[in-house]
Design a protein around this ligand. Structure first.
Ligand code: FAD
Length: 434
């Protein structure tokens, strides 16, 4: 038994962690097991990859086949996005969808059905998954896709490890001509200006805004919007990323209202012009935080929670303004919040995105925080929105069931494939998905 936590370092549990070196050993561990949960790189923030017994897929990370003409890659689920980029960028291929860190596994990306800065045009990671192989509770290996066992496929993509262990997947990579991105940065003086910019740049492949969530009044929602696309300069050499590391837990008191406010103002004001253009490496465009290893230690020993919600477009700017306004008033939100535009929802049972806007921000763990987050949950639900399971460590069962109406179908599929009772996380128990 050892203490294990997610990226937010809250909660932490004493768990048995197995890291099987072969698929047959993994199968032996699953067959007849009482209750366990698969785990990739542990980059989910809360308790979705936590349980009394955890099964790491980290050692199963081989690349199995690649079709150079179509970009179809078959790999084991423990392969990380960083490993894929290292191999495929020099050959002119990129990930079709990537989250804000490359240190996630393919299995974790499928189980959370992750989204990137191109969701408004391309959808989630699962949109590029042709098929996957799943280890079921009875030890059998089955494959599923949109045309074969489609209900299992749609329950597993976004299913948070609750249907079985993803062993391998076939996914379509995107052809690129460069390891660089042409980035344009726009300054938005408030939320309205930021949303106008998102609308105006709908046709751009990638877009994201960093919001100063401590700015209030007329500056509420002031932000920097970055839009980008792959450069075409035929420079496929891997850019070297400089990395720093936070070697130990910093005292949580270092992150307080004043230090964070100063950081945010500095970040916003460092960009002098309303519009500026840069050629940046893919690492710096997609993974700015990966350059600081263990940055999660900055929040101190007790950790932090990331709060990510989506508000449907139909709720209008007022929906977003009311929640952002409450966050600014609380003066608890830290550093910069990330705002992205989402395109339409997909057919997966628990995928997070809905057409609208999503905001993600960190809150240092401290007394009284949960009362604020409960209040925010209510506002999100009132607007027809929901919270992202990959970031969640505390939402109530009622909040979950109100906002993910297809949860009962997930339970039916789990029942049908024998997953109930075997694949369970702390999160699943909290959300009434046992
Ligand atoms: C800095 C940072 C930025 C991020 N940015 C984004 C973002 O922009 N967009 C986004 O969508 N997400 C984002 N995330 C969240 C992250 O992409 C997801 O939490 C992802 O699931 C993590 O993958 P992992 O391999 O670490 O999975 P883990 O955290 O280990 O597990 C996450 C879930 O996947 C399940 N799982 C893992 N492997 C398997 C498997 N082989 N079979 C079945 N189930 C499995 C687990 O049971 C668990 O429910 C970010 C996280 C960080 C730390």
């Amino acid at each position: 038994m050892m203490p294990i936590h997610g990226w937010g370092r809250y909660p932490s549990v004493d768990a048995r962690l197995d890291t099987p070196l072969t698929a047959s050993r993994l199968k032996a561990l699953v067959t007849g097991a009482e209750s366990l949960i698969p785990r990739g790189m542990g980059r989910s923030y809360g308790d979705s990859a936590l349980a009394g017994h955890i099964l790491s897929t980290r050692a199963l990370h081989h690349l199995l086949a690649f079709d150079e003409s179509s970009g179809l890659l078959c790999c084991e689920a423990g392969a990380t996005l960083a490993e894929l980029l290292e191999v495929f960028v020099p050959r002119g291929w990129f990930l079709p969808v990537t989250p804000g860190t490359k240190f996630v596994s393919v299995g974790g990306a499928i189980a959370s059905d992750v989204h990137g800065k191109n969701h408004h045009l391309d959808g989630c990671f699962s949109a590029f998954v042709e098929s996957l192989d799943l280890l079921l509770a009875d030890g059998s290996r089955v494959s599923c896709s949109r045309s074969e066992r489609s209900e299992l496929f749609h329950a597993t993509c976004g299913g948070m490890g609750l249907t079985g262990v993803i062993l391998a997947a076939s996914l379509r990579l995107r052809r690129v001509e460069s390891a660089y991105i042409h980035q344009t940065t726009y300054k938005a003086e408030n939320l309205e200006a930021a949303l106008d910019l998102f609308e105006a740049h709908h046709a751009d492949t990638y877009s994201v805004a960093w919001i100063d969530c401590l700015a209030s009044g007329p500056a509420l929602g002031r932000s920097l919007l970055m839009v980008g696309d792959h450069a075409r300069d035929r420079d496929l050499r891997l850019p070297r990323q400089r990395t720093l590391s936070v070697p130990f837990d910093t005292p949580a008191a270092l992150l307080n209202r004043h230090s964070v406010q100063a950081f945010n103002a500095l970040y916003y004001n460092r960009v002098r012009h309303a519009v500026s253009q840069q050629r940046v490496s893919y690492d710096s465009f997609f993974y700015p935080l990966d350059g600081i290893h263990h940055w999660n230690r900055l929040y101190g020993r007790k950790g932090f929670l990331q709060y990510q919600f989506v508000i449907p477009k139909s709720a209008g700017i007022e929906g977003l303004r009311s929640i952002l306004g409450r966050i600014a008033e609380s003066r608890r939100g830290s550093f910069l919040a990330v705002l992205k535009a989402f395109g339409p929802a997909n057919d997966n049972l628990l995928s997070f995105p809905l057409e609208g806007y999503t905001l993600a921000l960190d809150f240092k763990w401290e007394a009284g925080l949960f009362a604020l987050l409960d209040e925010l949950d209510e506002r999100v639900l009132e607007q027809g929105g929901r919270l992202y399971l990959a970031k969640d460590a505390r939402m109530s069962e009622a909040t979950f069931k109100r906002s993910y109406p297809l949860w009962e179908r997930l339970q039916t599929v789990r029942e049908q494939y024998g997953a109930r009772g075997t694949f369970n996380s702390l999160q699943a128990r909290r959300l009434g998905l046992e």
